[in-house]
Design a protein around this ligand. Structure first.
Ligand SMILES: [Zn+2]
Length: 176
């Protein structure tokens, strides 16, 4: 009871957050998860969209696979090529990614959101809690469309992923 029990619970909670940050707290990692939520699966697409050094990308992908956030799938045998797909645990990171992005919009953003998230079935805007503002449904990434937002601007990156995300795109669907 009392202080002992409280102390144990608190330790448990900080451990869980610390364990989470061991997996997703490194530079680039959440951006890789975000891109995977957009439907990016291939090494070259992550690399082109993020402009991340290849060695760093390899290391981050390996960490995410080891942690059960991404699953490596062979999609071509000769030459061997793998793609990286979010697991069920990885898709749960949709909530923190959305919340962190919207925190940045409120507190750091100057030009409005670069991406807007809409419920596919009713078109409503998805809020930081992942509830749809229009119909009230709690919406996972498979039922969300990402659309270009007012902060995106006209020019910008020309890689395959950036170009695909200039028009509405169903989350988790592979980048065409
Ligand atoms: Zn809705």
């Amino acid at each position: 009871m009392g202080l002992m029990a409280l102390g144990k619970n608190y330790d448990g909670q900080s451990c869980a957050l610390a364990s989470t940050l061991e997996v997703i707290g490194e530079r680039w990692t959440l951006l890789i998860v975000r891109d995977a939520l957009y439907g990016v699966r291939r090494f070259g697409d992550f690399q082109a969209h993020l402009d991340i050094p290849k060695a760093v990308l390899s290391q981050r992908l390996a960490t995410l696979v080891d942690a059960g956030v991404l699953e490596r799938r062979r999609y071509q045998e000769a030459p061997p090529r793998d793609e990286y797909v979010l697991t069920a645990a990885g898709r749960e990171l949709w909530l923190p990614v959305l919340a962190l992005a919207q925190w940045g919009e409120r507190n750091l953003g100057e030009h409005g959101p670069r991406r807007l998230f809409h419920h596919v079935s009713c078109g409503g805007r998805i809020e930081a809690t992942s509830y749809c503002a229009t119909c009230g449904a709690m919406v996972g990434p498979a039922d969300v469309e990402v659309r270009p937002g007012p902060g995106l601007g006209a020019g910008g990156r020309q890689d395959r992923v950036s170009l695909a995300l200039r028009t509405p795109h169903r989350m988790l669907d592979p980048i065409p």
